[in-house]
Design a protein around this ligand. Structure first.
Ligand code: NAP
Length: 276
């Protein structure tokens, strides 16, 4: 078994994820895994970074596929006995003018952004070693979507005692409410992406709390963040940040020094803790 530290970035064949891998290859003292749901796209991205003189490793990972997540888990357990850095970056967003029915957009978006990310956490968090760092890439849109929720929902999503099961029930209810076209009446904002990212931010707050309760002595720091508005296939060419600039806050959180005890359980943008 290797004692080399290991970092994993989900959805890193392009966009912000690829830029996070690039930065970690330069700054993280260990093996860095670029992962992709499609092995050809992943290997092409590895080749691109190799052209830049970097040495990422590759593993297949589709966060929608539990078998794929578990194959990565078993690989990490066997080869490294765990992992040191996990960046949950993989995500999807329908374009603004996409005509796919809203209920379908809700189901598909929540499936990857919330339920897929949660499944990765469920399988990989137990493997995170002492002084490990976990970064869940959310979005400022989670804050604006929270503001668009009913007072009752806002209170639940800001609660310091909400459980993961209660969060899963709420995310499931959103999808069900969109199918019945009652989501606005039920207090939800009209954004599937926004609700999915509320889920990612609240999940991070819950997971950080559980780490405090169950693994306090392990000094693991787990946060959600927004990368900013970044020029990728998702956000388009008019966005203000380059992918490398978008990687800065996630990489800052992934590389918090061993002496740091904060931030933890926070929502961070531009390397600054934001009020949730
Ligand atoms: P992007 O260029 O569209 O890249 C998304 C990445 O996620 C791709 O590698 C994609 O793989 C991967 N992915 C999607 N579904 C996946 C799955 N089921 N399993 C594994 N990988 C999957 O988007 P981006 O702008 O870099 O976004 C990265 C993250 O930042 C997302 O979580 C996004 O919500 C967040 N974010 C972005 C912005 C922005 O302005 N760009 C702002 C706030 C937050 P494929 O190539 O196979 O599709």
């Amino acid at each position: 078994m290797s004692n080399v530290p290991v970092a994993v970035v989900t959805g890193s064949n392009k966009g912000i994820g690829l830029a996070i891998v690039r930065a970690l290859c330069k700054q993280f003292p260990g093996d860095v895994y670029l992962t992709s749901r499609d092995s050809d796209r992943g290997q092409a991205a590895v080749a691109q970074l190799q052209q830049e003189g970097l040495r990422p490793l590759f593993h297949q990972l589709d966060i929608d596929d539990l078998e794929s997540i578990r194959a990565l888990r078993d690989f990490l357990k066997e080869k490294y006995g765990g992992l040191n850095v996990l960046v949950n970056n993989a995500g999807i967003a329908f374009k603004v003018h996409d005509t796919t029915p809203f209920a379908v957009q809700a189901e598909v978006t929540l499936k990857t952004n919330f339920f897929g990310t949660r499944n990765v956490c469920t399988e990989l968090l137990p493997l995170v070693k002492p002084y490990g760092r976990v970064v869940n890439v959310s979005s400022m849109v989670s804050s604006s979507a929270l503001g668009g929720c009913s007072q009752e929902l806002q209170q639940k999503f800001r609660s310091d005692t909400i459980t993961e099961e209660e969060l899963v029930q709420l995310m499931t209810k959103f999808v069900e409410d969109t199918k019945k076209s009652v989501h606005e009446k039920e207090g939800w904002p009209n954004t599937a992406y926004g609700v999915s990212k509320i889920g990612v931010t609240v999940l991070s707050r819950i997971q950080a709390r559980l780490l405090n309760e169950q693994r306090k002595g392990d000094h693991i720091l787990l946060n959600a963040c927004c990368p900013g508005w970044v020029r990728t296939d998702m956000a388009g060419p008019k966005a203000t940040k380059s992918p490398d600039e978008g990687a800065e806050t996630p990489v800052y959180l992934a590389l918090l020094p061993a002496t740091a005890d904060a931030p933890h359980g926070q929502f961070v943008s531009n390397k600054t803790v934001r009020t949730w």
